[in-house]
Design a protein around this ligand. Structure first.
Ligand code: PLP
Length: 499
């Protein structure tokens, strides 16, 4: 029974929930909906009991990794533990049951929260104002680039180039290209940071902005940021900071003080909303004073203790999201910031840095760190030494699953051969970090003594190594019936072979 797909469990007429008889007169569907929007036949959905649905989804969730079940050191993604109090607050009826079309007079609580969140983000980053509309980091980038375009247009000049370091997150060049800019790549210097000479060579009057990540994706702080910003400002070009890695700077340093003109934050990362798998996020964009008038509208304004939406914004780039943005994520971020407070945020930032440096020190004897320096929230090791045994970063990542850990980001940044990008976050204990380091060192040993084991990993998961392209094109969702009930990961027969 348990081996059946949910579709195969379908029994005609079986229902999870039956509505009581209607006490209002029935209307004909075709009288109220246009004919082209009506189905000819009902959708082929499984007809099952509520319990079948619960079991189906619970089982699926048990086949997966999550922050709540496993250490999840996915570099650049900040998979920290998300306190459950955030969920409680977001679920309060005053937040969860209101409608975006209610008049402002009825939603003063949420508007006050949004207003205060903007102030808090300004205090944390040193920026002058924020829009909370963008729904993700990448959409924040896009909104930021629209502001950059509008700024130069307002000065009546066409600037077509965005400079982006080669260590940048892939969304940066994508967002710049999507906004109609030409991307010019900056080759990193030997320290893994921006090379000032390379920057000077590529900087000219066609540059609209530099888009950098600080700390960068190698987990290194751009120490020359003030000089870099001054060089750009000399050309009246802007400095855009991808602030997705803000976790390391919390309470310690502020982009606004470094000469950054605009940035996006990833609230779902730094400020703790469960993310990944395409769920809702929030990528607010903060700007320096000179760019305030370009921010998207509407903005929440406060007059005499009352909050209201304002469409005012002299050079505004317009709306980038409907209504309030992803309000639920904004409530979680607000709760997180208020729970930790100024000192708590600083401790989070410091602990994130300590954890990453601790783990780096434990690993680097076996796995070289190509751009070795004190790191911030994350670091990148290379597993190239294992290539002699035919083992790649991919194999190590898969073998980690067998050892009970989610894998780090692999093959990124592109500047490091056979890269594992590791971000432990501040929420993990020393014991967990020790266990993870031991697992990686054990895998390095296995690579020498039993490389076949590593190459064939994972062996203890419900699904073994899949051909990822084929799995996406021709998904085989069937789970071998002999596995169930009571899935036991150690039972080798309990696996489907995706090939
Ligand atoms: C995660 C991340 C992004 C993209 O953020 P999304 O919310 O996934 O769109 C951009 N830049 C960096 C450095 C990131 O880590």
């Amino acid at each position: 029974m348990s081996g059946l797909l949910i579709f195969e469990r379908s029994v005609p007429g079986r229902r999870g929930y039956r509505l009581p008889p209607s006490d209002v007169p029935a209307v004909n569907r075709s009288d109220v909906l246009p004919a082209e929007q009506l189905r000819a036949a009902p959708p082929p959905l499984p007809e099952v009991a509520e319990f079948d649905v619960v079991r189906h989804y619970t089982k699926l969730s048990q086949l997966n990794f999550s922050v709540d079940t496993h250490f999840y050191p996915l570099g650049s993604c900040t998979m920290k533990y998300n306190p459950k109090v955030n969920e409680r607050v977001a679920a309060l009826p005053g937040f969860s049951l209101i409608h975006p079309l209610q008049p402002a007079s009825q939603v003063q609580g949420l508007l006050a929260l949004l207003y205060e969140l903007e102030q808090l983000l300004c205090a944390i980053t040193g920026m002058s104002a924020f829009t909370l509309q963008p729904a993700a980091g990448a959409q924040g980038e896009l909104a930021g680039l629209k502001i950059i375009s509008a700024y130069h247009r307002r000065k009546r000049r066409a600037r077509r180039t965005i400079l982006i370091p080669d260590s940048a997150h892939g969304t940066n060049p994508a967002s710049a290209a999507l906004s109609g800019f030409t991307v010019v790549q900056l080759k990193s210097g030997l320290s893994g940071r921006i090379d000032l000479e390379e920057l000077k060579r590529k900087l000219n009057r066609d540059v609209a902005a530099l888009m950098l990540t600080n700390p960068n994706t190698l987990g290194l702080f751009e120490r020359d940021i003030k000089t870099i910003a001054a060089l750009l400002h000399e050309q009246d070009a802007l400095v855009y900071m991808d602030g997705a890695n803000m976790n390391a700077l919390l309470g310690i340093s502020r982009p606004g003080d470094m000469g950054v003109d605009l940035l996006q934050l990833n609230l779902h990362k730094t400020f703790s909303t469960p993310h990944g798998g395409g769920g809702p996020g929030a990528g607010p964009v903060g700007v320096a004073k000179a760019l305030d008038a370009f921010l998207p509208v509407p903005r929440v304004r406060k007059t005499g203790g009352r909050y209201a939406w304002s469409e005012r914004g002299r050079f505004s780039v317009g709306r980038v999201h409907g209504f309030y943005g992803n309000a639920g994520v904004l409530v979680r971020a607000y709760t997180y910031i208020r729970t930790l407070g100024r000192e708590g945020l600083q401790r989070a930032g410091e602990s994130a840095i300590t954890n990453a440096n601790y783990l780096k020190a434990k690993l680097q004897g076996t796995f070289p760190v190509p751009f070795d320096d004190h790191c911030l929230h994350e670091f990148v090791v290379s597993v190239k030494r294992l290539k002699a045994h035919g083992i790649t970063a991919w194999d190590v990542a898969k073998r980690l699953l067998d050892h009970g850990f989610y894998a780090p980001t692999v093959y990124f940044p592109l500047t490091v051969e056979e890269a594992l990008m590791i971000e432990p976050t501040e929420t993990e204990s020393k014991e967990t970090l020790d266990q993870f380091a031991k697992a990686l060192l054990d895998i390095a040993h296995e690579a020498k003594t039993n490389p076949e084991l590593v190459r064939r990993a994972p062996q203890r998961m419900a699904v073994d190594r899949v051909d990822e392209v084929r799995a996406a094109r021709e998904p085989n969702l069937r789970w071998v019936p002999s596995c169930a009930p009571g899935y036991r990961p150690q039972d080798a027969s309990c696996r489907t072979h995706a090939a």
